[in-house]
Ligand binder design. Sequence first.
Ligand SMILES: Cc1cc2nc3c(=O)[nH]c(=O)nc-3n(C[C@H](O)[C@H](O)[C@H](O)COP(=O)(O)OP(=O)(O)OC[C@H]3O[C@@H](n4cnc5c(N)ncnc54)[C@H](O)[C@@H]3O)c2cc1C
Length: 469
Amino acid sequence: MRRAQDLLEGLRSIYPRERILTAPAELAPYESDALTGFRVRPRAVVLPETQDEVIATVRWCFREGVPFVARGSGTSLSGGSLPVEGGIVIALNRLNRILRLDPEERIAVVEPGVPNLEVSRAAAPYGLYYAPDPSSQAVCTIGGNVAFNSGGAHCLKYGMTANHVLGIKAVLADGEVVRFGGESLEGVGPDLVGIFVGSEGLFGIALEITLRLLPRPEAYRTVLAAYRSLEQAGEAVARVVASGVLPGAMEIMDRLSLEAAEAAVGAGYPRDAAAVLIVEVEGEEPEVEAELTHLLEVIRSSGPTEVRIAKDEGERQRIWKGRKGAFSAVGRLSPDYLVQDGVVPRTRLGQALREIERLSAAYGLRVANVFHAGDGNLHPLILYDGRKPGELERAEALAGEILRMCVRLGGSITGEHGVGVEKRKFLPEMFAEADLAVMRRLRRVMDPRGLANPGKMFPPEPVAATVGA
Ligand SMILES: Cc1cc2nc3c(=O)[nH]c(=O)nc-3n(C[C@H](O)[C@H](O)[C@H](O)COP(=O)(O)OP(=O)(O)OC[C@H]3O[C@@H](n4cnc5c(N)ncnc54)[C@H](O)[C@@H]3O)c2cc1C
């Protein structure tokens, strides 16, 4: 078996020395993603600047049997971009060019390392934008969004990443370069773009992504309703859905997350609410006004203690800044926290929130809830203190109970954060063995040696020829 040093020499035929990181201090920032409880030191991190360099790296990995992990900005909350033992990290942030923006076709062709928000910024002069808006959108990359089929507040009306990717050029794990899909909404044959989206870096690396752009809505109206209980806010969501109104976004924040966001951003949220519901309608002016009237009727019938309508764009932005900054703001309340991501049918939201409150009391750990209520996509943030013996384990056990509840209620173990290493043990609770076998078969076709991000989503598989230590 060849020694690690010899193997790294292979990388030097692809990269100048300064774009291969091997020193412990250089590797440290790549040892984990945003789920910092898991850490693995990679053998090396490479910083490609061109698609050809990525292709050459993947081909080299395939030849040498070296596992690799594609990494965008490392904001994964499920250990999806955690390095693998003995492997390399291919960090894609420098592939951050918008290659083409065609306002007439309403498409953008981008490299994978482009931050999500940059696409909307580039499209803004044409009255267009890119709809999926994760709360991390200023930082996270389109490549990471594609791998996780990421969502965001406005995915309620427009759908997740999968609904906005028209084409993908990728290098598969065996070094083959393929193009799936194209530039139009109409595809031919099986939906291979759809298969790649959500594949969590297990099939290969997206090199170029064709995104659908949408015309920016002419008008927005944002409503904030305060409730005496979290459950009541959850039930209001079911009422809005049943009323036939289709808001652009519908989000809930509970008391703890409101407190944290208020301290961080000063969004002006009501001080004594147990929960607030943020609902936004958007579209053409007359349609929005009609929807708003209907929406206010429904909301007022759901028992809120206060209802506000954002007076201007400044107030609207403050509401959203508080919501989008809530995850990081929760860091003020506790030394550590786990962000969980699960889905329940929207009609069961009230029930799910009640159960989370019960579990929180039973485990003696505080849980803050801030989530995409319109999708039934829960984000309980479990607060713990990692310095106290056993507390992390208790937090993980509580997180597991919440995921099982989601499955029991007819939902899913992840809405948008991927399975990663964190949730792979729950996969068999959602899928039958035959379903999992098909997924594994697909993985083997795309990645015969099991080198692309091994150990994620599925339990670890033996790598065909591993590297010597
Ligand atoms: C504060 C905060 C808020 C968040 N809010 C949201 C939210 O509202 N909605 C949401 O969906 N997520 C959210 N996330 C999670 C995270 O930001 C998203 O999952 C995001 O898509 C990850 O992008 P990234 O560039 O950081 O990817 P990384 O973490 O670097 O990688 C994620 C996965 O993508 C794979 N990958 C990366 N690039 C490629 C590529 N080019 N080809 C193939 N695979 C690739 C990696 O191997 C890994 O499996 C949030 C995270 C944080 C920290």
